[in-house]
Design a protein around this ligand. Structure first.
Ligand SMILES: *Cc1c(COP(=O)(O)O)cnc(C)c1O
Length: 393
């Protein structure tokens, strides 16, 4: 058996006057140091060194700096999942006795964190409609410490009044955290609109290939960023080097993928609106979207790669639609390079009662599409055929 500390094996990383074009992958869990003095220098911040992968590693830093640049952030943190990023944002700043107000259509697991985990720790939570500043203002409490919203909500594609909520939060000294997963920095940079914290599930469109589970969180205030980092390291919310390496590679094509997916989504939304059997189409850049004005102010000419639509009928029709759309993955994720179709009533929102779903506009006939980079004509054909099959049942 050979030991890696054997001097014959303990060679420095081979040096080269040229540099690799592709980012190297560094999977090492630990880094050997020269002496206790060297460790002192490292821990006291006099020498910049990696020590232990949970506390930081080169692939996480390379990825974090790339997303920082996209979000106009500094010192962002990559985490082991999007939920780890949400957790770091909340637990990094909240303490027992605080109240946190969430948007009423947050990602399902964020809702569960608010409903089940935070109250157990003595943190009060409640929800309000983020498309209305008045609704958010009315729901604030004297001890509200943070408001958590999503720029564009899942799966009903409602658009938060981000600028208005940011002004309200600033005036009241409340932190505003924005989960920007659905929108991506290509369509909106929440920090520039007054948010204090921006969050991503990097698993989705940023990494883009459904092969890495990661998150990202950045704060404007370096003290908050520091607290989130310490919490993430202590609670083990930090990421694996290989996932970071995959995601950084995925980011290289992010702009191209986003632009293509968004153009496809616009074309698909317009085609669905003309398709017999479709009763509703939700897409922020369409004039018939309920938040069209907010979307225009916040996203400018941008839309989203997400489209939702509603068909008439019940389970027989929704089964027929999914079975006929055999060129589309029926999978409850989003942001893959290929289009995925999801049915919230039986997946992301199955824990809600029929009435609770109805209150946010999700019935049996509601579908959400994460539009990918396929040929637009192929996608439109697939959906027209599938909806035709559903209406024929
Ligand atoms: C998927 C998602 C998350 C959670 O991310 P994971 O990487 O799955 O942990 C959080 N927020 C939004 C809006 C998401 O879509």
């Amino acid at each position: 058996m050979t030991n890696r500390s054997d001097p014959a094996r303990r060679q420095p990383w081979p040096q080269s006057a040229s540099r690799p074009v592709a980012t190297p992958l560094q999977p090492s869990v630990v880094y050997a140091s020269q002496s206790p003095d060297a460790l002192d220098a490292q821990y006291e911040g006099r020498a910049s060194c990696y020590t232990y992968a949970r506390e930081g590693h080169p692939n996480a830093d390379v990825l974090a700096r790339a997303i920082d640049a996209m979000e106009g952030a500094e010192g962002g943190l990559v985490t082991g999942s999007g939920m780890a990023a949400v957790t770091a944002a909340l637990l990094g700043s909240l303490r027992a006795g605080d109240h946190v107000l969430g948007g009423d259509q947050l990602y399902g697991r964020s809702l569960r964190l608010m409903a089940e985990e935070l109250p157990r720790l003595g943190i009060e939570t409640s929800l309000a409609d983020p498309t209305s500043v008045a609704a958010i203002e009315a729901a604030l409490r004297p001890h509200t410490r943070m408001v958590l919203i999503e720029t564009v909500s899942n799966p009903t594609i409602r658009v938060a009044d981000l600028g208005g909520i940011a002004r309200l939060c600033t005036a009241r000294g409340i932190l505003l955290a924005v989960d920007n997963t659905f929108t991506t920095p290509r369509a909106c940079q929440p920090l520039a609109h007054g948010a204090d914290i921006v969050i991503h599930s990097v698993t989705k469109l940023l990494a883009g290939h459904s092969d890495a589970t990661l998150g990202y969180v950045a704060a404007k205030d370096p003290r908050i960023a520091d607290r989130m980092r310490v919490l993430a390291v202590t609670m083990g919310l930090t990421p694996s080097p290989f996932d970071c390496w995959l995601a950084e590679r995925g980011l290289l094509s992010f702009d191209l993928r986003y632009d293509r997916a968004e153009a496809n989504a616009k074309a698909l939304a317009d085609a669905l609106a003309e398709t017999k059997g479709v009763t509703r189409v939700l897409y922020p850049a369409r004039f018939d979207h309920p938040d069209h004005n907010t979307a225009a102010a916040l996203l400018g000419p941008r839309g989203s790669h997400m489209v939702s639509f509603v068909i008439e009928g019940g389970r027989a029709q929704t089964n027929a639609l999914v079975e006929a759309a055999d060129g589309i993955n029926f999978a409850p994720t989003l942001g893959d390079i290929g289009t995925t179709l999801s049915h919230p009533a039986t997946s992301s929102h199955r824990a809600l009662s029929v009435e609770e779903r109805a209150a946010i506009g999700i019935g049996e006939g509601f579908f959400r599409v994460s539009v990918g980079c396929e040929d637009a004509g192929f996608l439109i054909d697939q959906f027209r055929t599938a909806i035709g099959a559903a209406t024929a049942v």
